[in-house]
Design a protein around this ligand. Structure first.
Ligand code: PNS
Length: 174
């Protein structure tokens, strides 16, 4: 059931979904902006057994919790299956996504329309801060794998954990 605030108005809840493998400063920019628009924001990590990832879901949640600890209206959780089902279970009425470039738009629009058609959940697009418009977790991992400097693109402790993981994987495959 929809919760109510002390003044009787409805609690407005949103979700920021994603793989977050790992969280970047681009994600954090969108999460912080969602947190300023909604009463409660859930950052939801997709459990996708078909996709190989650098970090486990538990590790991704841990890094997200650390990175969002300063927001008192942000919680971190995981989900599998359909995002719309997760939203219905938690009475979340909006999905907040960042749009980096026109290349994001086609697929994001399809998902937004499908999700709205399924349950009526709305999708709000936040225009990515130009500082992060080229940023993705995959690109950060690829650049870091080959020794490129990705400082400033993700939180320092996430960078450390990523470098340790990459070194571990390089050691295992040597
Ligand atoms: O960070 P990503 O991998 O680009 O995030 C994609 C995500 C998790 C938002 C999207 O794949 C998703 O919502 N998956 C859940 C499954 C689902 O609901 N599929 C139907 C989408 S219309």
């Amino acid at each position: 059931m929809a919760g109510k605030k002390a003044n009787g108005s409805l609690v407005r809840r949103a979700v920021c979904p994603g793989s977050f493998d790992p969280v970047t400063n681009g994600h954090l920019d969108i999460i912080s902006r969602a947190a300023s628009l909604f009463d409660e924001v859930t950052v939801a990590v997709l459990i996708n057994k078909k996709k190989s990832s650098l970090f486990t879901v538990a590790e991704r949640i841990d890094m997200l919790r650390d990175a969002t600890a300063t927001f008192d209206n942000v919680v971190v959780d995981s989900f599998h299956g359909l995002l719309v089902d997760f939203c219905q279970e938690r009475d979340i009425s909006a999905i907040v996504k960042g749009l980096r470039a026109i290349s994001d738009f086609d697929y994001e629009l399809q998902m937004a329309q499908m999700n709205h058609g399924l349950t009526g959940v709305e999708t709000l697009f936040v225009s990515t801060n130009p500082l992060y418009s080229y940023l993705s977790s995959s690109l950060v991992k690829e650049v870091a794998t080959y020794g490129g400097d990705v400082r400033g693109l993700l939180p320092d402790d996430v960078l450390e954990r990523m470098n340790a993981k990459l070194a571990e994987s390089a050691g295992n495959s040597a």
